[in-house]
Ligand binder design. Structure first.
Ligand code: FUB
Length: 305
């Protein structure tokens, strides 16, 4: 059974090998989804939402249609990441350059952010590239967790990260396993953790989680920049993802998918069942994300569909 305890009534029955639709989009306690498109398939890279000591690897999920999902187990195993403390495998994020896949991930609740490489495709296996963290330290007050990798239209790659209410960013070098320049502090209003960047019509949207971890204040806000992925950003933030007293609480840690060739966008996020207080009872959902004519993002309508 994927579930570490009985799924609550608002969650549909689980199917282990895995054809599944509706929210949650696949069975199991998972959090911090990082949605991507590789090799003509949709991919989601989440954290296993278990006790920290049981978070020793990452799974990935792939789908041709956002409905039927295939689980790829243990695509990075912390047993092979020497500095990871073999716990608290959080918030992977993946990109591709010249056919090589790069995963950035947090380890050990503060041991650092690492980078792992796969030359065999988006399902890995990913191998720790450095044998030490890429981001080892708390800098400018930011715990080294929750990386997000963003590739701009000009091919330049950026890493955003940061917990403890401080958000940082830096450009990555051409080799993708080192930083090109010193990190800069970005910390927008109300920032807590879990950054994710998208670009639409020349505007950078820096999205992040706000509020109390997993409670009814947890949500997603964003600021924008028309200059660069590292800002400067608008000084006012917009709140777009909220819990819904009839559907779920703890809505956050989002990423975004744009259906290729369209202006159709989906937010991928985790949430907690209503009336569930277990910290790690979180599951992954997708809902529609729409823009207003002025480019602002509409409030998200969370659903069970
Ligand atoms: O899932 C582990 C941690 O919880 C993440 O790193 C945070 O963003 C929060 O979701």
């Amino acid at each position: 059974n994927f579930w570490s305890s009985s799924p609550p009534a608002d969650i549909k029955p689980t199917i282990n090998n895995v054809t599944y639709s509706g929210n949650p989009i696949f069975p199991g306690w998972y959090a911090d989804p990082d949605p991507r498109i590789f090799e003509g398939q949709y991919w989601i890279y989440p954290s296993l939402s278990l006790d920290y000591d049981k978070q020793t690897s990452f799974d990935a999920f792939s789908s041709p249609d956002l409905v039927n999902w295939t689980r790829h187990a243990r695509i990075l195993d912390f047993a092979n990441v020497t500095w990871s403390t073999n716990r608290a495998a959080w918030a992977p994020t993946v990109t591709e350059k010249h056919g090589v896949y790069y995963m950035y991930f947090s380890a050990g609740d503060g041991a650092g952010i690492g980078v792992a490489v796969s030359r065999t495709g988006p399902a890995g296996p990913f191998i720790d590239a450095l044998d030490e963290p890429l981001i080892p330290d708390v800098e400018m007050g930011a715990e080294p967790i929750d990386p997000d990798v963003f590739i701009d239209d000009d091919g330049r790659a950026y890493l955003l990260w940061g917990g403890w209410s401080h958000g940082l960013g830096a450009e990555l070098s051409w080799d993708m396993i080192s930083l090109k320049a010193q990190p800069v502090e970005l910390t927008p209003p109300n920032y807590v953790e879990a950054p994710y960047m998208i670009k639409r019509n020349g505007t950078y949207y820096y999205m992040y989680s706000v509020g109390g971890w997993g409670d009814n204040s947890y949500g997603v806000e964003y600021v924008t920049s028309t200059t660069s992925p590292l800002g400067p950003f608008t000084t006012a933030a917009t709140h777009i993802l909220f819990p819904d007293a009839k559907i779920a609480q703890g809505t956050g840690s989002s990423g975004v998918l744009n259906i290729p060739g369209t202006d159709d966008w989906y937010i991928v996020y985790h949430r907690r069942p209503l009336d569930d207080t277990a910290a790690n009872d979180r599951y992954v959902c997708i809902d529609k994300m729409e823009f207003n004519p002025d480019g602002s993002i509409k409030r998200i309508n969370i659903t069970n569909e």
